[in-house]
Design a protein around this ligand. Structure first.
Ligand code: HEM
Length: 434
């Protein structure tokens, strides 16, 4: 089995990896964005150099834009679609290799709604959207609050913690697990699988990472089979039980949806909470404003989403010939959309490199994408982040980082893997919801 997966890796990741490295050495900015580990720490100077080159720049595999209006138009254009990142511009003979070593249902391949176009996309998204409306998410406030308080209570009495592992990752995984009916005991396994699978959102990942992702997908699939069988025997109040009862999705659809919701539900929000902690501690004047006026918390979360986007890029593929910026592009052309670059577009955001929690158009960021694939979990992510951050800074008013936080070595997902902190003095009282 392993040689087939190696060949599959070679065709979809290994060959692009070699090309990316070569182009990155020649100074190609698009290749550097996915091929140079330094950009995982601070991608913004590179994004500005791409902006300086033009509105729609060409690269070895794809075109790319960092312009806000162009990203938004492309995301909302029904001539542009999505398909599994793995099939981007792979030469035809190599593409055949992917069918020799198929993967079980997973977030990055059809029928996951993230990578399918209408009409299938419409059907898959409609099946779960009721669970994510602002009103439905509003009903989870109290639960998010109590999970947050329990986690803060459990932080070590000696005042030193890893704020990613002990807090930022724990809030979203607890909530999405409950929403999908997964037992609390599976949390650590999901964290491990999420870590292993997330690199698949990037281009040109190394073989050991690909091998770990494939192993994690297989394990998760076996676990999902057991879980779905259990819910069929005794359905609960969760999203998967209602999908089973509704009977519209087959097993593959159910597993792709479960793995997408699970992964998207925590792999992104952990980064939002972590990035926010770092920005707020780096900008004590902004934190002071929040202490004075807690009503500013929701806008502060929008500004973090804009300023240091937890998801940096997405892509679209031309479903037919299209024309942008006077450039005609044939069907199949891939355009990489830098959401993080769009969020720093000076034509939309005044002084875009300034972190300002009172910015009145912070919410115009594209971090949750736009158009038919716009993030289904945006209300949930916002609510979790506002609660978690406000409660953390209320409970530990003297919180300080202990050394430099470590970035995750990923290009698309952008956040921290470790963040040691001294918690300092502890306030006992609970936070009033915003
Ligand atoms: C800060 C947190 C989050 C960020 C930055 C984020 C970002 C995104 C982005 C950029 C997309 C669209 C990608 C594209 O257009 O190609 C997306 C889609 C999606 N997100 Fe989120 N997300 C977050 C949290 C969540 C949460 C908590 C959930 C809930 C389970 C979730 C579920 C989804 C789903 C299901 C899709 C696919 C929608 C579709 O294809 O129609 N996300 N997200």
């Amino acid at each position: 089995m392993r040689p087939l997966y190696w060949m599959r890796w070679m065709s979809v990741q290994g060959a692009p990896r070699l090309a990316l490295k070569a182009y990155a050495r020649r100074g190609d900015p698009l290749a550097q964005l996915f091929g140079d580990p330094a950009t995982t720490h601070d991608p913004y100077p590179l994004l500005e150099s791409i902006r300086a080159r033009g509105r729609l720049v060409g690269g070895p595999f794809a075109r790319m834009t960092v312009e806000h209006d162009l990203c938004r138009s492309i995301l909302r254009d029904n001539a542009m679609g999505v398909r599994a990142a793995e099939s981007f511009d792979i030469p035809r003979p190599l593409r055949g290799l992917t069918t020799l070593a198929p993967l079980p249902p997973n977030p990055m391949e059809p029928p996951s709604m993230l990578v399918i176009d209408p009409p299938e996309h419409t059907r898959m998204r409609r099946s779960v959207s009721a669970a994510f409306t602002p009103r439905a998410i509003g009903r989870l406030h109290a639960r998010v609050e109590s999970v947050t308080e329990e986690l803060l209570d459990a932080l070590p009495a000696n005042g030193s913690a890893d704020l990613v592992a002990d807090f930022a990752a724990q809030v979203p995984i607890a909530i999405i697990s409950e929403m999908l009916g997964f037992p609390h005991s599976a949390k650590d396994r999901f964290l491990g699988w999420g870590d292993a699978i997330s690199p698949l959102l990037d281009i040109g990942i190394p073989w050991p990472s690909y091998r770990s992702a494939v192993a994690a997908i297989a394990e998760m699939d076996a676990y999902a089979d057991e879980h779905l069988a259990k819910l069929r025997r005794s359905p609960g109040e969760d999203i998967l039980s209602s999908l089973i009862t509704a009977g519209e999705l087959d097993d593959n659809d159910l597993k792709a949806t479960a793995s997408l919701l699970m992964g998207a539900g925590f792999e992104t929000t952990v980064n939002l909470i972590g990035n926010a902690i770092v920005q707020l501690l780096d900008h004590p004047d902004q934190l002071a404003k929040l202490r004075e006026d807690p009503e500013l918390w929701p806008n502060a979360v929008e500004e973090v989403l804009r300023f240091d986007a937890p998801v940096q890029n997405t892509g679209r593929v031309a479903l037919r010939e299209v024309e942008y910026e006077g450039i005609r592009m044939p069907k199949g052309t891939t355009i990489v959309l830098s959401l993080a670059g769009a969020n720093r577009d000076p034509k939309v955001f005044a002084a875009p490199d300034r972190f300002d929690i009172t910015r009145d158009n912070a919410k115009d960021h594209l971090t949750f994408s736009s158009g038919i694939h716009a993030c289904l979990g945006a209300s949930l992510a916002r609510m979790e982040a506002v609660h978690a951050l406000r409660a953390l800074f209320d409970r530990f008013p003297d919180l300080q980082l202990d050394g430099l936080p470590q970035r995750r070595p990923l290009f698309t997902l952008h956040g921290y893997s470790h963040m040691r902190a001294n918690l300092g003095r502890r306030h006992a009282e609970h936070t009033t919801p915003v």
